[in-house]
Design a protein around this ligand. Structure first.
Ligand SMILES: Nc1c(NC[C@H](O)[C@H](O)[C@H](O)CO)[nH]c(=O)[nH]c1=O
Ligand SMILES: CC(=O)[C@@H](O)COP(=O)(O)O
Length: 235
């Protein structure tokens, strides 16, 4: 069947948009949905945003999408897309598992995360911070906290910085697989906010320096995943 030229709508969550001009670190904060409809977690309505003529998404530009009749004349049901909206996160409970190793880096990462939680109305009493010796220990504690059923998401923070030996690889890989397993085994979103850097400069640049604060970014992910699970994936 000849391809029909239909209008493809690229949906951009109001807080997530894809802009090639953004620096790589900022682009990491945004991602783009391409879908036929977006179901906001805060309401049942779907919103349709199309690229404005000048080519960049303009959340204020909402145009009716005309889906052309296919030759078979049947209409495709709009594809339902779910997202964890970054709206107010008041009432969500979070645990932060933080490695004390390289505390000069992990503490500002945690502070960035707490600032973000505060911006999104997360109450201080709804955040528990658990310190562990190093990134290798993060996964086990994250899984324990996830299985407690007390939290909407677990934010894991650490900094693995390469030294002279291959120990870096063991710790970094263990941290990543540990956090992944914690989420899979507990069923609670466990967010990987662990830096893996070649040197201290790289780490400090990502803990509030010129490359932003990866702890703050990870907190945004924690909020989005908490909302997704709370509003759409509850059993
Ligand atoms: N080198 C780093 C470590 N090493 C310590 C391990 O995480 C672990 O605590 C130890 O092997 C005992 O089990 N930890 C970091 O978080 N970052 C590093 O760069
Ligand atoms: C990531 C590490 O374990 C690293 O800091 C240890 O340094 P080294 O490889 O020089 O022992």
């Amino acid at each position: 069947m000849a391809a029909t030229s239909t209008t493809v709508s690229t949906f951009l969550h109001p807080l997530h948009h894809h802009d090639t001009n953004l620096s790589s670190s900022k682009r990491g904060m945004y991602h783009r949905f391409s879908s036929l409809s977006l179901l906001s977690t805060t309401s049942s309505k779907s919103s349709r945003i199309q690229f404005s003529p000048k080519g960049s998404a303009n959340p204020l530009f909402v145009a009716p999408v005309v889906e052309k009749k296919r030759k078979s004349s049947f209409q495709t049901e709009a594809v339902r897309q779910l997202t964890g909206s970054l709206t107010k996160a008041e009432g969500f409970r979070f645990a932060i598992v933080i490695a004390r190793f390289n505390e000069i880096v992990t503490r500002p990462l945690m502070e960035g995360a707490l600032d973000t939680f505060k911006k999104y109305s997360v109450r201080e009493e709804d955040v528990d911070v658990v310190w562990v010796p190093g990134c290798f220990e993060v996964g086990l504690v994250a899984e324990k906290l996830g299985k407690s059923g007390k939290y909407n998401a677990i934010l894991c923070i650490g900094a693995v910085i390469r030294g002279d030996t291959t120990h870096y690889d063991a710790v970094a890989n263990s941290a990543a697989s540990g956090v992944l397993s914690a989420g899979l085994n507990s069923g609670v979103p466990c967010i990987f906010g662990v830096l893996t850097c070649e040197d201290m400069d790289q780490a400090l640049n990502r803990a509030g320096g010129k490359a932003g604060n990866k702890g703050s970014e990870a907190a945004l992910t924690a909020i989005e995943m908490a909302a997704l699970f709370e509003h759409h994936l509850k059993e």
